[in-house]
Ligand binder design. Structure first.
Ligand code: S3P
Length: 446
């Protein structure tokens, strides 16, 4: 009976999707692993489906977003064998996808929708890409415009600006495309379409973004070249299957790094984190702020740089984040705002208007929620300014359904006096299942 009661209590606790945290009374210590990289997991699932033979993926991120990609690939006729230890994607070659009977549900995953749009642009059949309420508000014209230029027929709400999208692809021709915003998702969508096009495709980015797609395509035998901000691809007839070991996600590690950096007396180790050149902005910024941060055991795994990160509490100072740096830490800007509340001086982020079209308007939501905890933070049209250090106080705050904001607020709570309740935290599973256990591993009591 008692046992049954306990189960009910825990079900209720989960259903409320709240996280209650106290300010840390002593330093955080220990080693915490982070789950597999979200960007690499999506790409391995998609590219595995159009390779010849079976792609084996270890450390696949078991997050809602990546499951959406697996389901979409299944909808396109790809057999996927999923176990927590490994995912087997039985590729059917570049021309082996089949028309889905039903709409392909991307859930809330922008990466799924944009990359799959590129893939479907190359398929001579009709597809519908569906999205949840949050993703339906995010711009899709950034992929629809270049894919139409390549010859795909794409429709969507507001002339293709918003999901659901319908796509009839095939008969593409290569283009030279100057991207208006630095976006790895848009670049990847165009490169995927370029695989199926006639003639080469060239993408010019305003600033280099993460290059997981290029690295993986090269490892599969495709001809992809990079020259500064210009990436080109020539169409191919086959892709080799891969054995992928997904590195730990630096964007998830950032929350643990931040906790260590701002809670006095902390020292935390995060093993096996992917350090793709387009993702390491947060490390550079933390070092510039004065964080005692070291890399150990640096190595290459499937062409992706990987290392163990060791970080300690430090007396940090504010810094300026320039527009050119933004693509390299775009997902880390909410947690950087939290760090900035605890450091000496002003931290200013510019050139980050992209934050306004993420899972939430991350400039508005981050500013609103951190102010509830006493932060001195001002919104700018394209970023924010934070003045530190400020003693934060516990408060009732909300994630607005945004996983990165939920985790940022949880970390802010560790540096605050008293108790903080973060509401609407189920979304954490969009990118970091096991976040609470990772906090516990470094000594946080939940
Ligand atoms: C991603 C690219 C980034 C990032 C997102 C994942 C990817 O988006 O914010 O979380 O896997 O390519 P943009 O390409 O839109 O900047």
């Amino acid at each position: 009976m008692q046992e049954k009661g306990d189960v009910q209590v825990s079900v209720l606790a989960t259903a409320s999707h709240r996280l209650t945290l106290q300010g840390a009374r002593s330093g955080l210590h220990g080693e915490a692993t982070v789950p597999g990289d979200k960007s690499v997991s999506h790409r391995a699932a998609i590219l595995g489906g159009i390779a010849n033979g079976t792609t084996r993926i270890r450390n696949f991120l078991p997050a809602t977003d990546c499951h959406a990609t697996l389901e979409v690939m299944r909808g396109l006729g790809i057999q996927v064998d999923y176990t927590p230890d490994e995912v087997l994607v039985h590729g059917r070659g570049l021309r082996g996808l089949s028309e889905s009977l039903r709409p392909l549900d991307c859930g809330g995953s922008g990466t799924t929708m944009r990359l799959i749009a590129g893939l479907l642009a190359g398929q001579p059949f009709y597809s519908v890409l569906a999205a949840n309420a949050q993703l339906s508000k995010r711009p899709m014209d950034r992929v629809a415009v270049p894919l139409r230029l390549m010859g795909a027929n794409i429709m969507g709400r507001s002339n293709g600006r918003y999901a659901p999208l319908s796509i009839v692809g095939g008969s593409l021709h290569g283009i030279q495309y100057k991207m208006p915003v630095a976006s790895a998702q848009v670049k990847s969508a165009i490169l995927l379409a370029g695989l199926f096009a006639e003639g080469p495709t060239e993408v010019v980015e305003p600033a280099p973004s993460r290059d997981h797609t290029e690295l993986m395509l090269r490892a599969m035998g495709a001809q992809v070249s990079t020259d500064g901000n210009v990436v080109s691809i020539v169409p191919t007839s086959t892709l080799d299957s891969l054995d992928v070991r997904v590195p730990g996600d630096i964007s998830s590690a950032a929350f643990l790094m931040a906790a260590a950096a701002i809670v006095p007396g902390s020292r935390v180790v995060i093993p096996g984190v992917g350090l793709n050149a387009g993702r390491v902005g947060i490390l550079n910024v933390l070092l510039r702020m004065g964080a005692p941060l070291r890399l150990h055991n640096e190595r290459l795994d499937n062409g992706e740089p990987v290392a163990d990160i060791e970080i300690e509490y430090g007396q940090l100072r504010g810094t300026f984040i320039s527009p050119e740096e933004v693509p390299g830490l775009i997902d880390e800007l909410p947690i950087l705002a939290v760090i900035a509340t605890q450091v000496e001086g002003v931290t200013e982020v510019r050139g980050a208007a992209e934050l306004r079209v993420k899972e939430t308007d991350r400039i508005a939501t981050t500013v609103t929620e951190l102010r509830r905890m006493g932060a001195k933070i001002e919104a700018l049209p394209d970023g924010f300014i934070v003045e530190g250090p400020v003693r934060l106080h516990g408060a009732d705050v909300s994630s607005h359904g945004d996983h990165r904001l939920a985790m940022s607020l949880a970390v802010a709570a560790l540096a605050a006096d008293g108790e903080t309740t973060v509401d609407d935290t189920a979304c954490i599973d969009d990118s970091f299942p096991g976040f609470e256990q990772a906090l516990e591993a470094i000594g946080v009591t939940l």
